[in-house]
Design a protein around this ligand. Structure first.
Ligand SMILES: CCCCCCCC/C=C\CCCCCCCC(=O)SCCNC(=O)CCNC(=O)[C@H](O)C(C)(C)COP(=O)(O)OP(=O)(O)OC[C@H]1O[C@@H](n2cnc3c(N)ncnc32)[C@H](O)[C@@H]1OP(=O)(O)O
Length: 203
């Protein structure tokens, strides 16, 4: 059963989508006041320390803009990692991700590929120094536009490990055809999860 924070994020996703469908309307003034009233309620509960702490210490990502179930910016996608190390997720991109009319914004493609390439690396870290694996380089090729409202598959696999340097490649495909392909270099930071107080090594 979804947790309350997931429910709220879902409600916010619905609203963001609707806001991109309405035109100027007299009701918008009232909606703006209502939203500020809700934000005032949230602000009263705000705990300055919580978001960063939660991201660092949770076992599953809940706040990131791709898979984060508590982040309304995220669709969110569910990434599965197969036994052969291939990471993949399915997603129907909607209006909040639009760039050219009816098409996915290219920066959003980069975001989703970065994320799924990262998860393809999280499965196999043998021989990699035990730091956080961060993106050092991401190279993209946009072959075809990605249409909104159609099922897209984002997939990635690790291609090599060389000391602290790990490489992965992946693509966004629609209807079985590659629309965007990516190659990424990820480097294990010198800072290790064990150096961060209270960290469980989740990210
Ligand atoms: C269903 C499965 C569930 C699993 C759940 C798992 C939990 C997941 C949790 C959560 C979700 C994940 C969310 C994904 C997030 C996506 C990834 C990001 O967004 S990461 C953030 C963006 N990236 C940065 O902020 C990096 C910023 N840069 C740096 O910190 C440094 O520059 C760093 C660490 C990359 C390198 O710095 P140095 O000082 O440690 O590196 P030096 O020692 O100089 O270099 C090492 C080697 O790498 C090369 N190198 C360094 N930087 C390079 C670069 N940019 N390009 C090419 N080569 C580079 C060097 O030439 C050197 O090579 P030679 O060993 O000599 O051969």
């Amino acid at each position: 059963m979804p947790a309350p924070l997931e429910d709220v994020a879902d409600a916010l996703r619905r609203m963001m989508d609707l806001l991109l469908r309405v035109d100027d309307d007299p009701a918008l003034g009232h909606i703006t006041s209502e939203l500020h009233a809700v934000s005032d309620l949230l602000e009263a509960e705000f705990d300055d320390e919580r978001p960063f702490d939660k991201m660092l210490h949770s076992d599953a990502p809940r706040h990131d803009p791709v898979s984060g179930v508590e982040n309304a910016i995220a669709p969110p996608i569910v990434v599965e990692v197969d036994s052969d190390g291939t990471a993949h997720a399915e997603v129907d991109f909607g209006l909040p991700y639009q760039g050219p009319k009816g098409l996915l914004h290219g920066g959003i493609s980069a975001l989703f590929l970065d994320h799924v390439l990262s998860l393809a690396n999280s499965n196999n870290r043998s021989g990699v120094d035990n730091g956080f694996l961060v993106t050092a380089q991401l190279s993209l090729r946009y072959h075809k536009p990605v249409p909104l409202f159609e099922r897209a598959t984002v997939s990635a696999r690790q291609t090599s490990i060389d000391g602290r340097k790990v490489r992965a490649a992946g693509e966004i495909s629609v209807g079985g055809e590659v629309a965007v392909s990516a190659e990424g270099l990820f480097i294990a930071t010198r800072i290790r999860p064990a150096d961060v107080p209270g960290d469980k090594g989740g990210a």
